[in-house]
Design a protein around this ligand. Structure first.
Ligand SMILES: NC(=O)c1ccc[n+]([C@@H]2O[C@H](COP(=O)([O-])OP(=O)(O)OC[C@H]3O[C@@H](n4cnc5c(N)ncnc54)[C@H](OP(=O)(O)O)[C@@H]3O)[C@@H](O)[C@H]2O)c1
Length: 231
């Protein structure tokens, strides 16, 4: 039977590519992001296997909508990729409370609420994959301007170890990939002119492989996916 994978932040970048690849491998995919137009384009790449939900994961009502959608369609989750993310590049002294709150809401509380509220829908043997950053990896060299982003990703990284311990009795594995630089809108906006060593399709392929197979070899692991320190 085909696996059902949910991926957030699938309207562009790494998440979009991972969704296309997963569907290409015969998985059913529920793709989530805010941009309805971009999600429609994703749906059209494989209408039989990719369903899209246009939602803001920071809104508590959105999680309720996802839960109802899963219940109505009798979907059991085999994989959940917490890929949606946001980055505000500002010096620490300029970061406002709103900047901090936004990054914590999307990068940490989104995955927290989604995981907690969707637990009844998981299959035995399911895999949760948190997409963090080298900024959220202990001991990596840090970029100036990314304190809020890195701290929010660092919290997501550690949450991985906590959840792996608590969810093992439900037979759910939880892992975290800390990515180095990938050539997407996020890094291009934060670092204009950057030439990242990895393209979104390459990283999307890696995520697709990992959500399907990584939990046969890893659980509760925080893995850097970077060619150098920090990118
Ligand atoms: N690119 C890199 O170099 C790099 C490095 C390390 C880690 N990462 C991480 O990898 C993940 C993917 O990054 P990317 O580079 O592909 O970023 P991206 O191109 O900026 O895409 C981010 C995705 O997140 C979605 N998103 C943002 N806020 C959302 C919200 N409130 N609700 C629902 N969806 C939301 C966006 O869709 P909408 O705007 O349509 O909602 C978009 O689909 C992120 O978690 C990022 O932190 C990236």
């Amino acid at each position: 039977m085909e696996k059902h994978i949910i991926i957030t932040g699938a309207s562009r970048g790494i998440g979009y590519e991972a969704a296309v690849i997963l569907a290409g491998r015969g998985c059913k995919v529920t793709a989530i992001a805010r941009s309805e137009i971009k999600l429609k384009k994703l749906h059209q790449t494989n209408p039989g296997l990719i369903s899209v939900l246009s939602l803001d994961i920071t809104q508590p009502g959105s999680i309720q909508d996802i839960s109802e959608y899963l219940g109505k369609n009798r979907i059991n989750i085999d994989g959940l990729i917490h890929n949606a993310g946001i980055l505000v590049n500002k010096p620490f002294s300029d970061l406002t409370d709103e900047d901090w709150q936004l990054q914590l809401d999307v990068n940490l509380m989104g995955p927290v609420r989604l995981t907690r509220d969707l637990l009844p829908h998981f299959s035995e043997g399911a895999h949760i994959l948190n997409i963090s950053s080298m900024g959220g990896f202990q001991g990596s060299e840090k970029f100036p301007g990314l304190s809020g982003y890195s701290a929010s990703k660092g919290a997501l990284t550690i949450l991985t170890e906590c959840l792996a311990a608590e969810l093992s009795e439900k037979m759910i594995a939880v892992n975290c990939l800390c990515l180095g630089a990938v050539q997407t809108e996020m890094v291009e906006q934060a670092f204009p002119g950057i030439k990242a060593p990895v393209q979104p399709k390459e990283m999307g392929t890696y995520l697709a492989d990992f959500i399907l197979n990584g939990h046969q070899f890893y659980n509760g692991k925080i893995l850097p996916v970077a060619l150098s320190n920090p990118t």
